[in-house]
Write a protein that binds this ligand. Sequence first.
Ligand code: NAD
Length: 351
Amino acid sequence: MNIAILPGDGIGPEIMSEAVKVLKALGESFEFEIAPVGGAAYDAVGHPLPESTLKLAKEADAILFGAVGDWKYDKLARELRSEQAILGLRKHLTLFANFRPAILYLELAGASSLKPEIVSGLDILIIRELNGDIYFGQPRGVRTLDGGEKQGFDTMHYSESEVRRIAHVAFQAAMKRDGKLTSVDKANVLETSQFWRDIMIDVAKEYPNVELSHMYVDNAAMQLVKAPKSFDVIVTGNMFGDILSDEAAMLTGSIGMLPSASLDKDSKGLYEPSHGSAPDIAGKGVANPLAMILSVAMMLRFSLNLPEQAARVETAVKKVLAQGLRTADIQTKDGRLVGTKEMGDAVLASL
Ligand code: NAD
């Protein structure tokens, strides 16, 4: 099994080495190939997603991705900025379904900013469409209106096939869980959202065992902090999903705990932590590697068909949390503060 390793920028390489350590310890015959991406690739060859990296990603059985971005690249032309690497990979590999589970580990209830009774036992799944919406819509840019005033603009659209394919993924995921699917939109204001909602209702006819409900995105943002446990699976578009999944991440104590998977129609996937490159803590050895390590578990389960190995990794993570080991972002009163490497070593030991 060939795994493309794309560490990226900031804390990306630090957390990636812990994840690769864990993968190697599983004793399977994995082949790893490392390639630059993001700012690291721009510095090396002048582009955030070099042809050679894209080729490697296309040929691999699965892709492990750290994180990209740094403030120092923010002044570059948009097509050269680090974020274009992840957007490009999603688009070129048609990775349209983003799975972001938000699970609160019992030991971390005290690390959440919400009251323990609101979040304890939280286990929700956000499914975000990744290939469409205002993030990719054309035309976009800055234009000059009659009269000389300048105007920035983007275009939001969803085609029927794009909504149908993410709808099927979401209904099927809900069937494997509690059978409750909430589709989040802004149908009271946006035509695109009304269209999204109509298609969801149509696809629901094929899944009589799933209870579909609809919620406006502003209400969903409120309900996620008021009664997050009322959700099971949420499906939403690219932009709303971007924002809501980060909000959901914080319910669990830290974005440093949350893995994600971005899948194509054949379950080939790119696996990455839900967080970014955290330039504020990069190089300090304090980043939490658990989201990256849990992304390895998702990869083993979804793309490499190794569910027992996935469970081993998840159990190892639970054990180190039960032992009281905490990186700074999930520090609780009774926890023992450790750095990135020590946390990775502890997961390895408990494996
Ligand atoms: P971020 O997720 O990098 O950081 C937000 C906060 O969370 C920071 O305080 C950071 O220190 C903390 N944090 C994140 N991951 C952590 C971890 N594993 N352990 C401990 N603390 C952690 O988001 P940001 O600051 O908005 O963005 C920084 C850069 O990352 C930007 O260039 C942005 O574009 C990029 N970004 C990349 C991705 C990606 O690669 N998929 C996603 C989001 C943001």
